[in-house]
Ligand binder design. Structure first.
Ligand code: ADP
Ligand code: ZN
Ligand code: ZN
Length: 758
């Protein structure tokens, strides 16, 4: 009789596939599988492919487990995703109704997602061996090996009484003298050859040392004013999880409050995570954190090389990174010793991921803060209506900074009615005059126009033809292509399509093609003529494609008088102390948008852009140029400020049952075939109908941008007064949606708490 086969362990693996389930595999022959396999990455066969997944569960095998395929290998000696982070990500998968494997792979840096090992985070250093220390005097004077050995021996172990000869001594590890490679680079050209020569003779060796903890001495900040002190004390008094809304006008010193709260968190031996919007993480901002905190600050953003991102993640995982400042995806860093989470500019739309796993980093930060039992500080001059609503309901502590810090005064706002006035590139003579005066007084002027390119439309003056994107349209009409490069190029801002502008009208062959309206490019062109005596700098995503381009633009301008022209990229980031006039032009389209969040977004943008003026000692002025000076949004905002606006807007949202009072989920579908998205959504609606009476299903309807990049798009909106029935419905109905035959003809996605309905 053959021996009874040894029991087989089953690994339940979360794979990055759009399927809402785990996949079972057999552990390799002879491998002892214990629960500590959970959270490790494994490489597995999947059909003809090879995938990297994360073990989500282990279990004893049934008899048929022998039929399972075995994993190829296990990639981690220790669980990579465990404890709080693993639990929070599992929660996120349930909340977004998204496959766990996709959520986990979104949370991991790309290199780790692909299966690369968790990178080392230590630095390398060189030291003399005992033999090297003895042999030093015998090395021929003046040679490179001798110089290198002297550099190493210039750092003495012991009491520190010995002075470095050429450079300050480094910290000693144990009793050995050593220098890290970064400082060697600074001290000696091409030292590596000499190092290798000594190593071959056993006189020097390379050693791993913990990543340098050397950082500048912390610089003291300004003494907090009364409002700041109150906020700092309130944060300090938190025991465990507490959501706090730091609601402070622009320039009120919110960042100072963050810095003090983080310093306390570091004193308590804990890690701090700071989330900033996509365009908020400037070198200037990072430098401020580094200088003030006196610990290494790890930056995490999409501009980093893959290896660097994965190293920062690993440093956080090991608890070595004490302060992590990063954009949206930094919300996924492990925080084994968490003490505080800060979300700066919490209202910012870049916190919401708009494809794949559509998480909201601010909302997930709150979930993590709760699981980690640490305070979460949300800061903004224009809090989202969601957060204001929570603060007013008493769910968040509401900390307010009502005044600008230091000597800065709030900017004066003037509305400029331009009806019937002649305009030059969209700018009135009065505005140009005010700009001239500001520049002549030695100040800087910012012209804000939220439309990049030269002109939004190319029109035939003879027959009325205009250029449209062949691949994009709304249900009513084609989507105009934006004119770029002074009229030579056309570009679609929805799908990115580009083509040369036609030399003549394709319909009537007329040469009278005219760019209509104004974008930042044309405004820059006009201003370069009227302000030829000072620099005119344009800042938009076209002029700043390179990641540090905006900084370089602003650095070249410095504090000299000049003019900045830009889109919302200029609404935040770099501090411009000499900015005295902000001119806001062409916001009128935003006043009449159908999107339920359009008003909120416009109000936030106006306040944020205005807040750029007069941040230092010089007072600032804001000119708002509009054809609708009586529009209620503008009137409320100017007379009552952001909070008066928010009050009104919340009342309207409540009446309409929109967030934060109602809860939404949007099922989107797109396909090449025109009928497939609607067919799928109708089938989905049938699958979801009647499961929860309290959830309304609106649609399906073609999306507001019904065709984009050649794909036909449609959507089904789910709305409910309470969150719970909405989620119950999705839980019950979504498995059916996955199985629909119509689903195979479309690309579909579910967006829980959509930011907009496009
Ligand atoms: P916010 O983040 O609210 O926009 P910051 O923290 O950047 O504001 O502060 C705006 C400016 O005011 C900065 O130059 C900062 O150094 C300065 N500042 C902040 N707090 C104080 C204070 N208590 N006293 C003097 N200056 C301050
Ligand atoms: Zn024509
Ligand atoms: Zn297009």
């Amino acid at each position: 009789m053959p021996d009874a086969p040894s029991p087989v362990s089953v690994l339940r693996v979360a794979l990055p596939l759009p399927l809402p389930r785990l996949f079972d595999y057999r552990a390799p022959e002879g491998a002892a599988v214990a629960p500590d396999w959970i959270g490790r990455r494994v490489r597995v066969p999947f059909g003809p492919r090879e995938l990297v997944g994360v073990v989500a569960d282990v279990g004893p095998g049934e008899d048929d487990a022998r039929e399972l395929r075995a994993i190829f290998d296990c990639l981690d000696p220790d669980p990579l995703l465990q404890g709080e982070l693993a639990e929070s990500l599992a929660w996120l998968s349930r909340y977004l109704h998204a496959p766990l494997g996709e959520v986990l792979s979104t949370a991991l840096p790309a290199a780790l997602r692909r299966g690369e090992p968790l990178p080392e985070t230590h630095a390398w250093a060189w030291r003399l061996t005992e033999a090297g220390a003895t042999a030093l005097a015998g090395l021929r004077a003046g040679t490179r090996p001798r110089r290198f050995a002297e550099l190493l021996s210039a750092t003495r172990p012991g009491d520190g009484s010995d002075r470095a000869i050429e450079a300050p001594p480094q910290r000693d590890i144990g009793s050995h003298r050593q220098r890290d490679e970064d400082s060697l680079d600074a001290l000696m050209d091409d030292w590596r050859g000499a190092a290798r020569a000594l190593a071959r003779r056993g006189l020097a060796e390379r050693v791993a040392v913990p990543a340098s903890q050397l950082a500048p001495m912390p610089q003291p900040g300004p003494t907090p004013n009364a409002e700041q002190a109150e906020a700092i004390a309130a944060i300090g008094a938190c025991q465990g999880f507490a959501p706090l809304l730091l609601d402070g006008v622009t320039g009120s010193g919110k960042t100072e409050v963050y810095l003090q709260a983080i310093a306390r968190c570091l004193d308590a031996g804990r890690q701090a995570l700071v989330l900033v919007p996509e365009i908020g993480l400037t070198p200037q901002a990072l430098a401020r954190f580094r200088a003030r905190l006196g610990v290494p600050v790890h930056a995490l953003h999409s501009g980093l090389a893959e290896g660097e991102r994965s190293r920062v993640w690993a440093a956080a995982w090991r608890g070595e990174a004490r302060v992590i400042v990063g954009t949206r995806s930094a919300v996924f860093v492990p925080l084994p010793q968490a003490g505080l989470i800060v979300v700066d500019e919490e209202h910012d739309g870049s916190y919401k991921q708009q494809d794949g796993i559509r998480y909201h980093a601010r909302d997930f930060a709150l979930v993590r803060g709760k699981a980690l039992d640490v305070p979460v500080l949300l800061g903004s001059a224009t809090p989202s209506l969601e957060s204001l609503h929570n603060a007013r309901a008493g769910r968040y502590a509401h900390l307010r900074l009502r005044h600008r810090a230091g000597n800065a005064q709030p900017p004066r706002v003037r509305v400029l009615d331009v009806r019937k006035r002649p305009l030059q590139a969209g700018l009135s003579a009065e505005l140009l005059q005010a700009m001239r005066e500001a520049v002549d007084a030695g100040g800087q002027v910012l012209v804000f126009k939220n439309r990049r390119g030269y002109a939004p439309v190319l029109l035939c003056h003879d027959c009325g033809w205009s250029a449209h994107c062949p691949r994009c349209s709304t249900p009513e009409h084609g989507s105009p292509m934006t004119v770029h490069a002074g009229g030579r190029r056309l570009q679609c801002h929805h799908c990115g399509a580009r083509q040369p502008a036609p030399p003549a009208c394709p319909d009537c062959a007329s040469l009278a093609l005219q760019p209509q309206g104004n974008g930042t490019e044309r405004i820059e062109e006009t201003l370069a003529q009227s302000f030829a005596d000072v620099p005119v700098v344009r800042v938009d995503s076209a002029s700043t494609r390179r990641k540090d381009a905006m900084e370089r633009h602003l650095d070249t301008l410095g504090e000299r008088p000049g003019v900045l022209v830009g889109t919302q990229m200029l609404a935040k980031g770099h501090d411009l102390p000499n900015l005295t006039l902000v001119a806001v032009v062409g916001i009128d389209e935003g006043l009449f948008s159908a999107d339920f969040r359009a008003g909120e977004k416009l109000a936030q943008l106006l306040i944020q852009v205005s807040g750029r003026a007069g941040r230092a000692d010089k007072p600032g002025t804001v000119w708002l140029q509009t054809h609708h000076p009586g529009h209620p949004l503008l009137q409320t905002l100017i007379q009552g400020g952001y909070h008066a606006f928010a009050e009104q807007e919340l009342a309207q949202r409540q009446a309409a049952g929109f967030p934060p009072f109602g809860h939404l989920a949007l099922l989107r579908a797109e396909a090449k075939q025109a009928d497939a998205p609607m067919a799928f959504l109708h089938a989905a609606k049938r699958a979801l109908a009647d499961k929860q009476a309290s959830v309304a299903l609106h649609g399906p309807l073609p999306a507001p941008m019904a065709r984009r990049a050649g794909m036909h798009r449609a959507q089904l909106l789910l709305a409910a007064d309470e969150r719970r029935p909405l989620h119950r419905l999705l839980e019950a109905g979504l498995p059916l949606v996955y199985g629909l035959p119509e689903a195979r003809r479309v690309r579909w996605s579910l967006d829980v708490d959509p930011l907009d309905l496009y």
